[in-house]
Design a protein around this ligand. Structure first.
Ligand SMILES: Cc1ncc(COP(=O)(O)O)c(C=O)c1O
Length: 491
């Protein structure tokens, strides 16, 4: 590495020298091209190698990283398409895609080129100024969404008086932050409609007297919405919630897919209902059509917003742009939250809201430093240009069907005993087992397949969306072999 540098520049880059060198670059304005190149060559080389062994990395993790995750002793160093490689050179088919994130595969050349180009131009400028890419990505998200129901009249599909969609986007940095924002918008919306007296004749005296009472939020069993205080409060999992109580007030948990109960939970004091149309972390469970239709109707009756958390199930994973587009138009939401695959792994999230929501938000109501940065948004434009493409979506559909078929065939002798159910849509699939499948995750990894668990003894299968059918079949075969091997132990 040192051979890259002349003796003079080595001196400059030694302690203190590097700073002086950088300063010289700044003040001379026309830096010595050779020195400049040498400096960057060294820095790039340094930053591409951690320079420590696998064991040392694991030991550093053990010593310095807070113990929030249970991880196997594997250090991933790089990937290509649907494959990742560890620091010992072992290859894995990746059926996790970083938990449904890397939609276009690892080290996707187009994404890499766009990232590299944007990194040479502008990475961040905050929301003090416009950048070229956030408005473009917002436009792409809205227009791609509207293609599904061009004549739509519900929620985000409702048209303004000028006949165009008034849907708008707020960018965040993660899924949690998108949900947090959506809940805040709903709280403000609730106060607004209650104060404006626009809830109809049936509105109680109490609510008329105090619009702040319209602050209730309803979420559902099995849902996962994130770990911040608001998102955690609507994630009804005692394991996640208990250590951090008290949670935010006004949240009620209703039973997912229990349509009859909805009337009792959603009333005039409700400002929002948040639900995943297809639950990921909860074990790959899809909402029933009539459940979402009833939610939509009930929200309209009481003046509450219907929020769809599509952070895991959205953006192409089901073979449609949005999971809710697998349902009729009368299931449409007022707000959609998204994140994971939007920039193929570069952190980003977004909240898409209908005109009636965006119109009550004022300058200064909400904000973020990093959200909407040009780097993530430009990558988002590249990712979305693929995900909205009908050919890409039909590949997801075909790959999902191939996966299901392979699994059903290979696991047929276990279905009804060890295997409770194979379910899901597109490339959001789950296999529910009759007992804890964590040994299966370990065995599959040993055999070169990465899997991620979900609630209820379920394995989640969420490979990159452009995984080839051949690799889908390869992964399914490994799963079947592992089940066969573990079968006697499990019984
Ligand atoms: C449905 C859903 N909502 C929200 C989140 C939280 O997103 P993030 O981890 O990006 O904050 C997740 C993450 O798994 C998710 O699956």
């Amino acid at each position: 590495m040192n051979s890259l540098l002349s003796t003079r520049s080595m001196r400059l880059l030694s302690t203190g020298g590097r700073y002086a060198f950088q300063q010289r670059l700044l003040v001379t304005r026309t830096p010595s091209t050779t020195l400049y190149r040498e400096y960057y060559a060294t820095m790039v080389q340094k930053s591409t190698e951690a320079g420590v062994s696998t064991n040392q990395t694991l030991s550093n993790a053990d010593t310095y990283i807070m113990k929030a995750y249970a991880r196997p002793e594997v250090v991933l160093s790089h990937g290509k398409g649907s494959y990742v490689y560890d620091t010992e050179g072992k290859e894995y088919i990746d059926f996790t895609a970083g938990i449904a994130v890397v939609a276009l595969g690892h080290a996707n050349p187009e994404v890499t080129a766009v990232l590299a180009d944007q990194a040479t131009k502008l990475v961040h400028c905050s929301n003090l100024y416009h950048n070229e890419w956030a408005p473009k990505l917002a436009q792409d998200i809205v227009t791609a969404t509207m293609e599904a129901y061009p004549q739509g009249k519900q929620g985000i599909y409702a048209k303004g008086s000028d006949g165009t969609s008034g849907a708008r986007v707020f960018f965040t940095n993660s899924g949690t932050e998108a949900n947090e924002g959506a809940l805040k918008f709903a709280r403000k919306y609730g106060k607004h409609v209650a104060a404006a007296g626009s809830l109809g004749k049936g509105t109680s005296e109490a609510l008329r007297a105090d619009p702040n009472l319209k602050c209730g939020i309803v979420s559902f069993t099995g849902g996962f919405h994130g770990r911040s205080m608001g998102a955690l409060s609507v994630t009804a999992n005692p394991k996640y919630q208990k250590p951090f109580t008290p949670l935010i007030p006004g949240v009620q948990t209703a039973k997912f897919n229990s349509t009859n109960e909805l009337g009792a939970f959603i009333d005039e004091r409700t400002c929002a209902v948040i639900v995943e149309p297809m639950q990921g972390e909860g074990g790959i469970h899809s909402a029933h059509v009539e459940f979402l239709q009833t939610l939509r109707r009930r929200c309209d009756q009481v003046g509450a917003l219907l929020i769809y958390d599509e952070i895991q199930c959205g953006l192409g994973r089901t073979g449609k742009l949005w999971a809710h587009q697998c349902y009729p138009e009368d299931c449409s939401p007022d707000i959609v939250t998204m994140a994971k695959p939007l920039a193929n792994g570069i952190p980003i999230g977004a909240i898409m809201v209908s005109d009636k929501v965006s119109s009550i938000m004022n300058v200064g109501d909400h904000g973020t430093t990093f959200g909407g940065n040009p780097l993530a948004c430009r990558v988002g434009c590249t990712v979305l240009s693929h995900i909205r493409d009908p050919e890409f979506l039909s590949h997801v559909d075909a790959a999902g069907k191939a996966l299901e078929q392979e699994l059903l065939q290979a696991l047929s002798s276990f279905i009804g005993s060890l295997v409770v159910e194979v379910r899901g849509t597109g490339l959001l699939r789950g296999i529910q087992f009759s007992s804890d499948p964590s040994k299966l995750v370990d065995l599959a990894r040993d055999r070169g397949l990465l899997l991620v668990a979900a609630a209820g003894n379920t394995i989640r299968l969420v490979p990159p969306l452009n995984t080839s059918i051949a690799d889908i079949k390869k992964g399914a075969t490994i799963i079947a072999e592992c089940v066969k091997e573990l079968a006697s132990e499990w019984k």
